[in-house]
Design a protein. Structure first.
Length: 245
């Protein structure tokens, strides 16, 4: 079979492009994370639809930063109604409710994840976060986003509100393998590349904090000896401070 290899080769090429062209943005995001953690601020991650998986990717993760606040808004996720989540992510004004529910404040960092960057809730969230004085980091697909019109009343797209843009460098429409019989592409790349980018940011955050003389709080695997004890101490410290713990 040729198509699996084609997909994997496409993914490898994109990751190589990210390594070359996104290193500075990854470093900037890592420094923003480090500054937030060194000053006892919060790091929020928000995405709708499949993008919510990337907020989950770096949360409560073996080898991941402890003080990560994923924004899990059930109607915008997939497990209750996938089609409904598509409708909900286009509703203007929804972001204000989420912002209030999660007690997001000035000088926090928020990572907003959307491949297209054109739908209402994510753009609203970025605009609101910018107005409230957060550092806004956007993980998006600039190839796609710059080729499409916005669905937000402002006419702007997600990346236009960002302090830092992390580009997953995927193709328009995300799916990367063309099937002539279907007349369209299949096999998206944004989840794999997005996870790689965010985990690179985590590595950079840890490196920066150590260089600054701080000891970063990092979860252990609960499946190695001693891991449960390490993690339990963090859970005790943050269970009332991090919503999803």
């Amino acid at each position: 079979m040729k198509k699996p290899l084609e997909y994997l080769n496409n993914l490898c090429k994109i990751l190589e492009e990210i390594t070359v062209h996104q290193a500075d943005a990854i470093d900037a995001a890592a420094k923003a994370f480090a500054v937030a953690l060194e000053n006892d601020r919060n790091i929020f991650l928000f995405g709708t639809g499949h993008s919510h998986m990337l907020a989950e990717e770096v949360f409560y993760r073996a080898g991941g930063l402890v003080k990560i606040q994923p924004v899990f808004e059930t109607p915008l996720m997939l497990h209750e109604s996938a089609s409904k989540s598509t409708e909900m992510e286009r509703i203007e004004g929804y972001a204000q409710k989420i912002f209030a529910d999660y007690k997001i404040h000035k000088d926090d960092v928020i990572v907003i994840i959307s491949n297209s960057g054109r739908n209402g809730v994510c753009v609203d969230m970025a605009q609101l976060a910018k107005d409230e004085g957060l550092t806004v980091i956007v993980l998006t697909n600039l190839n796609h986003s710059t080729s499409m019109s916005s669905r937000h009343p402002s006419g702007k797209k997600l990346y236009e509100f960002a302090d830092i843009v992390l580009d997953n460098m995927g193709c328009v429409g995300d799916a990367s393998v063309y099937f002539e019989e279907l007349g369209r592409n299949a096999s998206p790349t944004s989840t794999s590349t997005g996870a790689a980018i965010l985990n690179a940011v985590v590595a950079g955050t840890i490196e920066t904090m150590l260089a600054d003389g701080f000891t970063p709080e990092v979860f252990s695997s609960s499946n190695v000896d001693g891991g449960d004890a390490v993690n339990e101490a963090y859970l005790k410290k943050y269970r009332d401070k991090i919503k999803s713990l």
